[in-house]
Design a protein around this ligand. Structure first.
Ligand code: ADP
Length: 472
C-alpha cells in the first residue's frame, strides 16, 4: 500500500512531544511490512534541517485568502536512514521558523501547510492510496479532499485521522474562513463546532476512520474531550483505539548511545547503577536513595501543578528517603515553584528546566521510578520507555497509562493511583519507597518489565488492517 502521513512533527526532524515519536517510528514499521511510505511535514529552521540535504521535488504558488505565497516541497536525500521517504514543505515567511508551534499566526501557518500538501498531492502521478492525518494541524485535509472544488479528484482516497491529543483543536474564527479553498456550500457545517471553525472536529466528521493512540483514551474521550464528547460518541462506528509502540532503534538500553553505560536484562543492576551514579554526581543527589524522575511538559494535563506540593510533602517526610529529579518546561509558575525547592532540599532534589533529549535517555536509564500523575494521557510514551529501561512506573490510572501499567497489588509491575491529587501521588510514592526496600523484589520487577514487548510491530499490523479495510 502507498501511504502518506501528514504531520506537524516527526522525530528526529522536529519534536515537541509524543506525536513526533509516533510519526517518526510508525512509518518505519509500516515500511518494514512492505508498504510504500511517505511522510510530509513543514520545514522548520532548526539544527536537523540545517545539517540535512534535501532535493526540490515541486514548487509553485498558492493563495491563503488574498495573499499569494511561493512554496517548495523538498525530499530528504536518498531513502535515508529513517526507513521511509521524508518530504518537507517550505513556505518562506510562514513555516521557516525555529519552533514548531506557539506563534500568533499558527492558524495561517498550518492552514497554508495543508493547502500546499493538497496542491502537491493533486499533481502527483502516483497518488497515495491512504492519507493519514495526525492531530488538528492536519485536520482540514479530510474536508478539503471531500469538499473543496479544487481537490475533487482526491475524494476517493480514504483518509484517516489519528488523535494524539484532543485538548488542542486548532479553533479559529469565521473571519478566516476565506483561507480555505472554495468548497461546496453543503460542506459548510462540517467546519463548525460551537460557532467556530474547529479543525479537529472537522476531521472527526470527515475522515473515513478515526483512531486514538490507546483504546482507553478512545473510551475516555466519549466522556471528556474538551467539548467534543458528543461528536466523538456520535462518530463511534468509525472509531477505534490503537496503542502506540516504541521504537527499539532509539529506545533500547542495550544499544542506546546517549546513555552512560548500556545494559541488558542480565546486566541491569550494574548498568542502571552507572547511569544513576552519573545523574547523582551531576545533580547532587544521594545514590543510596531511590531516584524518582518526572520528564515532560509542565502543564495541567500532565498533573505538573501537583508536583511542587507532592515533592515538598515527600521530601520533608522523615519516614521515607528519596531523591527526585525533574526534566521539563512549561508553565512559568510551575517552573518557578519547582526551582524554589532546590535550595531547601539540596542533596536529594533537583530540576532541569528545558528540553534535553540526551538527558531524558540517561534519566530513564538511571532512575528507579518514573512519576506520571497525568490528568489526561492519550497514550503516554514515557511509561513505555521507563519499562524498557527497567524503571518502575508510578502512574495515575488514566488513558494509555491504564492500558499499559498494572499495579503490583494486582500481580503487576507498577504502582497505580486513582486521583490526580497531592494525597494520592504522595501515597503512591510512599508505596514505591517501601517496595524499594525489598531489593530482591525490585530486581525481579525490573527483570520482568524490561521484557515487556511494546514494539511497533503489533500496532503497525493493526493500522495495516484498518487501511486494508478501507481500500477493499
Ligand atoms: P506528550 O506528547 O503529551 O508530551 P508523550 O508521553 O506522548 O507526551 O511523549 C513525550 C515525549 O517527549 C517522550 O519522548 C519524552 O521523553 C519527551 N519529553 C517530554 N519533555 C521532555 C524534555 N523536557 N526533555 C526531553 N524529552 C522530553
Amino acid at each position: 500500500m502507498r501511504i502518506l502521513h501528514i504531520s506537524a512533527e516527526c522525530y528526529p526532524v522536529a519534536k515537541v512531544g509524543g506525536l513526533a515519536d509516533v510519526v517518526g517510528a510508525l512509518p518505519k514499521y509500516q515500511s518494514k511490512k512492505g508498504n510504500d511510505i511517505d511522510v510530509v511535514m513543514p520545514f522548520y529552521d532548526n539544527p536537523y534541517t540545517k545539517k540535512s540535504h534535501f532535493e526540490g521535488v515541486h514548487n509553485a504558488t498558492f493563495n491563503l485568502g488574498d495573499v499569494e505565497f511561493a512554496f517548495e516541497v523538498l525530499k530528504l536525500n536518498g531513502h535515508s536512514n529513517l526507513g521511509y521517504n521524508l518530504f518537507i514543505v517550505k513556505i518562506p515567511g510562514l513555516l521557516d521558523r525555529e519552533n514548531v508551534y506557539s506563534y500568533d499566526d499558527d492558524t495561517e501557518r498550518f492552514t497554508a501547510f495543508q493547502i500546499v500538501v493538497m496542491d502537491w498531492v493533486l499533481q502527483l502521478q502516483k497518488k497515495p492510496e491512504i492519507i493519514h492525518c495526525h492531530d488538528h494541524h492536519t485536520g482540514l485535509v479530510p474536508f478539503m479532499m471531500s469538499h473543496c472544488n479544487k481537490y475533487r479528484t482526491l475524494k476517493k482516497i480514504p483518509s484517516i485521522l489519528t488523535i494524539h491529543n484532543a485538548q488542542y483543536q486548532g479553533w479559529f474564527g469565521y473571519n478566516k474562513l476565506h483561507y480555505i479553498p472554495d468548497f461546496d456550500a453543503s460542506g459548510a457545517g462540517l467546519l463548525d463546532w460551537n460557532e467556530q471553525i474547529n479543525p479537529l472536529a472537522t476531521a472527526i466528521k470527515c475522515a473515513w476512520k478515526v483512531t486514538t493512540v490507546s483504546p482507553g483514551y478512545m473510551e475516555e474521550l466519549k466522556l471528556k474531550a474538551n467539548d467534543l464528547e458528543s461528536l466523538i460518541d456520535h462518530e463511534s462506528p468509525k472509531e477505534s483505539g490503537i496503542l502506540n509502540g516504541i521504537d527499539p532503534d532509539f529506545w533500547n538500553p542495550g544499544k542506546d548511545n546517549m546513555i552512560i553505560e548500556n545494559y541488558s536484562t542480565k546486566t541491569h543492576v550494574s548498568g542502571k547503577a552507572a547511569n544513576k551514579e552519573w545523574l547523582c554526581n551531576k545533580y547532587n543527589l544521594d545514590i543510596e536513595k531511590p531516584l524518582f524522575i518526572f520528564i515532560g511538559r509542565l502543564v495541567w494535563e500532565k498533573g505538573a501543578d501537583l508536583l511542587p506540593d507532592v515533592f515538598y510533602h515527600s521530601l520533608i517526610n522523615d519516614d521515607i528517603k528519596l531523591n527526585i529529579l525533574v526534566l521539563g518546561s512549561g508553565s512559568s509558575d510551575v517552573e518557578q515553584r519547582l526551582k524554589d525547592l532546590v535550595s531547601p532540599f539540596r542533596g536529594s532534589y533537583n530540576v532541569h528546566i528545558g528540553y534535553e533529549e540526551k538527558l531524558s535517555h540517561i534519566m530513564y536509564a538511571g532512575a528507579d521510578f518514573l512519576l506520571m500523575p497525568s490528568r489526561i494521557e492519550p497514550c503516554g510514551l514515557n511509561q513505555m520507555y521507563a519499562l524498557k529501561y527497567g524503571t518502575v512506573p508510578v502512574v495515575r490510572r488514566t488513558g494509555g497509562l491504564k492500558d499499559t501499567v498494572i499495579d503490583i497489588g494486582d500481580n503487576g509491575f507498577g504502582i497505580c493511583h486513582e486521583q490526580a491529587s497531592v494525597g494520592d501521588v504522595c501515597h503512591a510514592i510512599t508505596r514505591a519507597v517501601m517496595l524499594y526496600k525489598d531489593q530482591e523484589e525490585i530486581k525481579k520487577i525490573k527483570d520482568k518489565i524490561m521484557q515487556i514487548d511494546h514494539s511497533w510491530d503489533n500496532s503497525a499490523k493493526q493500522y495495516n488492517q484498518l487501511y486494508e479495510s478501507l481500500i477493499n
